[in-house]
Design a protein around this ligand. Structure first.
Ligand code: MG
Length: 381
C-alpha cells in the first residue's frame, strides 16, 4: 500500500460570543485537518491541535511544505518509521509547537489508515482496551466579561451537573482574588453533590501567586491543579508539587518523548497531559505513556479539538494502563470541552455522545470517524 495524496484542510468558524481563557480572548474555533489517501482507496484523518490563539495556517504550511514530500509514495503502515523521518527532517526548526502539531496530524491519519487496513479499531493496534468507556469531565467556566463572573460560573456548574457531569475543570488565572471568589461560589452551588473539581490557570501566574492560589484551594480536594506556572518553569512545577496538597498536572504545551523526558525526569507533574494533536500524535503518545509508566506518573491526555481529535484521544485513553494498579485504581478521564465549537458536533456522522455520564470508545476500524464532506466544505478557509 502506498500514500497517493495528502490534503490539508483549514477550518474556521467565528464565535457568536468570544470567550477568554487566561492567555487571551478566543474569537474563532479552528482546526487543521489532514486527509491521507492510499492506492487501496483508504482515507485516513488526523488533526493538529489549534490552541485558541494559534493560527491553524502554521501547522497547515508545515504539513504541506515540510511533511507531504516525505510521505507521498510511502507505505502508511510504517507508522514508527515515518514518525522518525518527519521528526528528524524538521528537528532543526521544529521540536515544539505547531511543527510537532503538524507531525501529530499526519501520524494520527497514518494510524487511522492502519486500523482500517487491518479491520481493527486503533485501540486494538495500540495493544488493546483497558476500558471500553471513559468518564468525561466538563471543561468550561471560561469568561465572557473578564472578572467578577462568580454568580454566572456557579450557574454554569449547575448546568454541567444537570447534563450528567460528575467531574468539572474550572478555568482560572484571571487574578488570584477573582479566582478564589469564583471557586467559593462554584463550591457553594455544588455543595452536597458528589462532584470532583479540577482547576486550570493556563500558566497565568508566577510561583508566588500560583502557590497562594493553590493554598487557598486546599479545601476543595481537587483532582488536579493544571499548568500552575509556565511550561518552561520546571523548578516552579517541582516547587508546586512539593508544597501544595493537590496533584499537579501539565504537559499540553510539551511535546514528544524528548520534551516529556525532561518534564518527567525533573519530577514536575503527578498527571502528564500530552495532547495527541500536538505531542506528536499517537506514536508519540505511546512513547510518552511508556515513559510516564516508568516514572510512576499518570497520563491523562488534553483534548480540545474537533471530533477527530476526540476520537484519537478516546482510542489512546482506552489503551492507557493505570499508573498505579489496585482494585479501585484511578482511571484516566476524557476532557469534554463545553465551550462553543460550531463544527465539532457536525463534522462527523457519529459525533461523540455522553450516555448516563460515560462516553463509549469507538469500535469501528481505524479511528471510527466518517467526515461529513458538506460540513468540511462549509467551514474550509
Ligand atoms: Mg489546560
Amino acid at each position: 500500500m502506498k500514500i497517493t495524496e495528502l490534503k490539508v484542510h483549514v477550518l474556521k468558524s467565528p464565535l457568536a460570543e468570544p470567550f477568554a481563557f487566561s492567555q487571551g480572548w478566543v474569537h474563532q474555533r479552528s482546526a487543521t485537518l489532514v486527509e491521507l489517501l492510499t492506492d487501496d482507496g483508504l482515507i485516513g484523518w488526523g488533526e493538529a491541535f489549534a490552541q485558541g490563539l494559534e493560527p491553524p495556517e502554521i501547522a497547515a504550511a508545515a504539513i504541506e511544505h515540510a511533511l507531504k514530500p516525505l510521505l507521498l509514495g510511502e507505505n502508511p503502515l510504517d507508522t514508527e518509521v515515518l514518525w522518525h523521518r518527519m521528526y528528524h527532517r524538521t528537528r532543526d526548526y521544529g521540536r515544539k509547537g505547531s511543527v510537532v502539531a503538524a507531525i501529530s496530524a499526519v501520524d494520527t491519519a497514518l494510524w487511522d489508515i492502519a486500523g482500517q487496513a487491518h479491520g481493527l479499531p486503533v485501540y486494538q493496534l495500540l495493544g488493546g482496551a483497558f476500558r471500553r468507556r471513559v468518564q468525561p469531565y466538563a471543561t468550561g467556566f471560561y469568561r465572557i466579561q473578564g472578572q467578577g463572573e462568580a454568580a454566572r460560573l456557579a450557574d454554569e456548574a449547575l448546568r454541567h451537573w444537570g447534563a450528567g457531569f460528575r467531574l468539572m475543570k474550572v478555568k482560572l488565572g484571571y487574578g488570584v482574588d477573582d479566582d478564589i471568589e469564583c471557586m467559593l461560589a462554584i463550591g457553594k452551588a455544588l455543595q452536597g453533590k458528589p462532584v470532583r473539581l479540577m482547576v486550570d490557570t493556563n500558566h497565568a501566574y508566577g510561583r508566588a501567586e500560583a502557590l497562594r492560589l493553590g493554598r487557598a484551594l486546599a479545601e476543595f480536594d481537587l483532582r488536579w491543579y493544571e499548568e500552575p506556572v509556565a511550561p518552561e518553569d520546571r523548578p516552579g512545577y517541582v516547587e508546586m508539587r512539593r508544597t501544595l496538597p493537590m496533584p499537579i498536572a501539565g504537559g499540553e504545551n510539551e511535546h514528544t518523548l524528548f520534551g516529556f523526558a525532561e518534564l518527567l525526569g525533573a519530577g514536575c507533574v503527578d498527571v502528564a497531559q500530552p495532547d495527541i494533536g500536538s505531542c506528536g500524535g499517537l506514536s508519540a503518545g505511546r512513547h510518552i505513556a511508556a515513559l510516564a509508566q516508568a516514572h510512576g506518573v499518570m497520563v491523562n491526555p488534553h483534548v480540545w479539538g474537533s471530533a477527530i481529535a476526540q476520537a484519537a484521544a478516546l482510542h489512546y485513553i482506552a489503551a492507557l494502563p493505570v499508573a498505579h494498579h489496585s482494585l479501585f485504581a484511578t482511571e484516566p478521564v476524557l476532557e469534554y470541552d463545553r465551550s462553543s465549537h460550531p463544527f465539532r458536533q457536525q463534522l462527523v456522522t457519529r459525533p461523540l455522545q455522553m450516555v448516563d455520564g460515560w462516553v463509549e470508545v469507538p469500535d469501528a476500524p481505524g479511528l471510527g470517524v466518517e467526515v461529513d464532506r458538506a460540513v468540511l466544505q462549509a467551514y474550509s478557509r
